[in-house]
Design a binder for this molecule. Sequence first.
Ligand code: ZN
Length: 135
Amino acid sequence: MIRLTKSVETPPSLLVVGNSTYNQQDVVSQLIEDHKGKCYLCERICITDYEIEHLKSSANKRELNTSWDNLFLSCSYCNRKKLQLFDNIVNPTTQNIEEIIQCVHLAENKNICFCSNELENQQVEETINLLHRIF
Ligand SMILES: [Zn+2]
């Protein structure tokens, strides 16, 4: 998983009143630019198989379907592994991925985790489970 800084400006198509689509060209282009073309989960550069991935799945969080903060670029493989089964993974735009990776290594090596709080521990555990499913 990569740490991301997404553009502050929401792509215009998401702001249109009554809009229910999240995959207009402006959204795709902005995500590709923000992610530098990489899938945020497996970190592979997506040449043609990129998809828009919902951090919190639209199946479970319909109201976040067109929320810019909830949209990420992933490859089709990772998107199909994640589905609506991993809605509580860490957020690569707001959480410190480097610290979490350290935490993951500690958890795997010593079966312990030094994350600062229980919520983050749950997110890290779910992220580990998803990444095991992907790799
Ligand atoms: Zn991927």
